[in-house]
Design a protein around this ligand. Structure first.
Ligand code: SF4
Length: 437
């Protein structure tokens, strides 16, 4: 075992990746270095996701796999959402955990390790918010996720996040700008703004529609970052001001991830979400009017309690008519502690997955057709890697990392560069083929 080393596994979403990077940076400041081999690391950290049951099962499996070879001198820390909200479940399934660390106090990672080394147990989780003044970004190649807020004060019926992460907490503007400027100096090409709900930025301070103002400040603080991408917007909170700014700005990408979850007002009402679909349609139409080639991504749930065949048809027809560029679709899971856990989970599992499959197949065709519209056009591509056969791999403004498509590019271009690429064809349903101009 190598002293003062840590091995860190990050599970779940990009917000967790940011927290993991923050923990890694804090440990590095304390003299620790990352160790690739978990058997040699002095401290093993698993940053868990507790959002839904499969994520919790994955966390337990990951921790127990790592614990199999854990020596008596090694320390095992479970951090993140599952540690925060389901600590009893974690402790009962993973007996070798030495410490738990909640999502709101990750800056205590160094202290926790010091306490463990001096023999103090840390198996209870502090709920105190202790995150201000920390850098909150994660680099991924030439892109960086930048967290602008944490927690959520909405109460969507199916969602466990508010119970795990607590209420909204917008990061102070100056701290976000400091991080953006550091990333600018590091030559980052794409800045991806994340939060549980980016359009709620500033609401906890009584500010309304504060995201456009923040974006303008970020652009001034990081003038050399060519792409700024916004993830996780909330229906009803994408203002005309924000759309107009996106349309008139060269750095903010014409891309928006706006999880809508359903299209039937009756289901949306039970989901405790905005149910005015006319307003949603108007917003989407306005986006497309101002930015005809705007890429819109959304997410839907099938089989929410009480979803009838008619509700599902409404959803199906909505997805068909809106021609989203990308869609994620998930069957409903009843999560303990959420408002919808009190509803009868009355849609059979096979119906949930059958409806999921129907939306998936529909969207597959739509995504293919939308992709075909770009054949013959020239698009800027951020080159991220190269395959063994020499083909470059990259993404356009239409593709967020990991969740959207790729472009396979022939020709020469530097990794990390944004280069013009002629689109020659479509690969499968989601990816493009092109050549460097
Ligand atoms: S907006 Fe709704 S779905 Fe999103 S994190 Fe908040 S409660 Fe969950």
């Amino acid at each position: 075992m190598k002293p003062n080393t840590f091995h860190l596994v990050s599970l779940g979403c990009a917000k967790n990746t940011v927290d993991s990077t923050t923990m890694g940076n804090l440990l590095a400041r304390q003299g620790y270095s990352f160790e690739e081999d978990p058997r040699k690391a002095e401290v093993i950290i698993v940053n868990t996701c507790g959002f839904i049951k499969p994520a919790r099962e994955e966390a337990i499996e990951t921790i127990n796999d790592l614990a199999k070879h854990k020596s008596k001198k090694q320390l095992l820390v479970a951090a993140g959402c599952m540690a925060e909200k389901f600590s009893d479940e974690l402790k009962s399934h993973c007996k070798k955990i030495d410490a738990l660390l909640g999502t709101r106090s990750i800056n205590q990672i160094g202290q926790i390790i010091d306490d463990l080394k001096s023999g103090t147990s840390r198996l209870s989780v502090s709920n105190r918010f202790d995150m201000d003044r920390l850098s909150q970004f994660a680099l991924q190649g030439n892109s960086a996720y930048l967290k602008i807020a944490d927690g959520c004060s909405r109460r969507c019926a199916f969602c466990a996040i508010p119970g795990i992460k607590g209420d909204w907490h917008s990061r102070p503007v100056e701290e976000i700008l400091r991080d953006a400027s550091v990333l600018d100096e590091q030559g980052v090409q794409e800045l991806i703004l994340i939060a549980q709900d980016t359009t709620a930025y500033g609401i906890d301070r009584g500010e309304k529609d504060a995201l456009p103002g923040l974006l303008e400040k970020i652009e001034k603080a990081a003038p050399n970052i060519p792409w700024i991408r916004i993830l996780y917007a909330f229906p009803g909170f994408v203002s005309e001001h924000l759309i107009d700014l996106m349309a008139s700005d060269n750095h903010i990408l014409p891309y928006l991830d706006i999880p809508l979850q359903h299209a039937s007002p009756a289901v949306l009402k039970r989901m405790l979400r905005p149910d005015n679909m006319d307003s949603v349609r108007k917003t989407l139409e306005y986006m497309r009017q101002r930015m005809p080639e705007m890429a819109i991504r959304s997410t839907f749930i099938t089989g929410f309690p009480g979803e009838t065949e008619e509700d599902f048809t409404t959803l199906y027809q909505f997805v068909e008519s809106m021609e989203f560029d990308r869609v994620g679709v998930f069957p409903y899971y009843s999560e303990k502690g959420t408002p919808s856990a009190a509803y009868e989970d009355d849609v059979p599992e096979e119906v949930k997955t059958e409806r999921q499959e129907q939306i998936y197949l529909l969207q597959q065709e739509i995504s293919h057709d939308v992709n075909m519209r770009f054949v013959g056009k020239t698009m800027d591509v951020l080159i991220e890697g190269i395959q063994d056969d020499g083909m470059l791999i990259g993404r356009t403004y239409r593709d967020a990392p990991e969740i959207d498509g790729l472009v396979f590019v022939s020709g020469d271009a530097p990794i990390g560069g944004i280069v013009p690429v002629r689109i020659n064809g479509v690969v499968g349903d989601y990816d493009l083929l092109g050549s460097v101009l």
